[in-house]
Design a protein around this ligand. Structure first.
Ligand code: MRU
Length: 363
């Protein structure tokens, strides 16, 4: 296995922020005719790549969490459309749009909750509407643009979000919202990266994120790669941590932000928001505008993904329960807007989100 190929290094930026130091992992790489994905099922013990040659292989990688995190799913799906395009005959964009419908449908069905998936597929389809015989090239350009814009958004949100943190802040994050989950830098983890770089964050806590352990397997590893000190906690230790006064902010990402500000994110986020309000701890959601879904009015309208109960009954293929035990495994929950202090996007921030405030941001 070749680590140097599996962990894609970011291009150093000649700005005040040393991105090369604080953001070194890239989970998605387009090679020109295949899509390489850092296999997040194997991290942190193996840094293997999965090579996708077809859109159905990309759909499978999304479904099995080989690639995961709302923005990363969207970017991978966009490259999946490019691969689907390479497998069909069409003289122009309109013809391609028809031929690609089955593949687009299968990509869209891979996971239901993160709206970035449908958002990216819609962007890819819009490109085809007026494309001529250069439609394959136009698809490639659009997929690259989606990836590049995501990285730029994350860097912008990092600056905006970190400006809200007071000196000496302790923060707690949930799931993995870093470079592994995005086009780079991360959403909530981008704010944490920026806050650490600026010296206003003095301690970072990450919850393990049962059952898939995105926090334990991915977040603390990702931070370690970048030399950022972090402390892992059990999910069930979060309220106690808040009570000790060690954290001033909970900083999380999002899979879908509704028109009224209700936000779906990794299971456990809702509980963190309730505990944060009780303890006077700030609750910040960080997500690009591609995660805002104006077509979904409230959190009650979001489809919550249910995954295989085996994810709860086993840890790394080792059974942890007696045979015959039943389990319920919803992998997202919805935090109502009234429990969110601020939503940070690349377009700007919304404090105490409401339907009107989200609409103003959207316009
Ligand atoms: O099931 P996952 O690992 O795809 O869930 C990921 C999350 O819930 C993240 O918090 C969210 O997608 C934001 S990632 C920038």
């Amino acid at each position: 296995m070749d680590d140097t190929l599996a962990i894609f290094h970011a291009t150093p930026m000649s700005t005040a922020f040393d991105y090369a130091r604080y953001d070194r992992i890239r989970p998605i790489r387009w090679t020109g005719n295949t899509l390489e994905l850092l296999d997040q099922r194997q991290l942190p013990f193996l840094t293997d790549r999965v090579v996708c040659h077809s859109s159905d292989e990309v759909a499978r990688a999304i479904r099995t969490l080989t690639v995961r995190g709302a923005p990363a799913i969207g970017i991978a799906a966009a490259w999946g459309v490019v691969l689907a395009g390479d497998a069909v005959e069409a003289g122009n964009g309109a013809e391609a749009l028809v031929s690609l419908q089955p593949a687009l449908h299968r990509l869209n069905a891979a996971r239901p909750t993160a709206v970035n998936l449908a958002w990216a597929l819609n962007r890819m389809q819009r490109v085809l509407v007026d494309a001529g015989n250069d439609w394959r090239l136009r698809l490639r350009d659009e997929a690259q643009r989606i990836a590049d814009e995501d990285l730029a958004s994350n860097r912008r949100m990092g600056t905006l979000g970190a400006a809200l943190l007071g000196p000496g802040s302790g923060v707690l994050t949930h799931c993995n919202t870093g470079s592994l989950a995005t086009g780079g830098f991360g959403t909530a983890l981008g704010v944490i990266r920026a806050g650490v770089a600026q010296g206003c964050i003095t301690s970072v806590f990450a919850s393990e994120t049962r059952p898939w352990l995105q926090g334990a397997r991915l977040t603390v590893w990702e931070l370690q790669q970048d030399g950022i000190d972090a402390t892992l906690i059990a999910d069930s230790a979060a309220a106690h941590l808040m009570k000790t006064g060690a954290v001033q902010w909970i900083i999380v990402g999002a899979d879908r932000i509704c028109a009224n500000g209700d936000t779906a994110n990794k299971i456990g986020t809702y509980g963190l928001a309730i505990a944060a309000r009780h303890h006077g701890v700030g609750f910040m959601v960080v997500a690009p505008s591609s995660t805002i879904d104006m077509a979904t009015p409230t959190g009650g309208d979001i489809e919550i993904e249910q995954r295989d109960p085996e994810e709860l009954l086993e840890i790394r293929n080792v059974r942890i329960t007696a045979d015959g035990i039943r389990a319920w495994n919803p992998v997202f929950d919805v935090t109502p807007a009234e429990l969110i202090d601020v939503i940070v996007t690349e377009r700007g921030m919304v404090e105490r989100p409401s339907r009107d405030a989200i609409a103003r941001l959207w316009e």
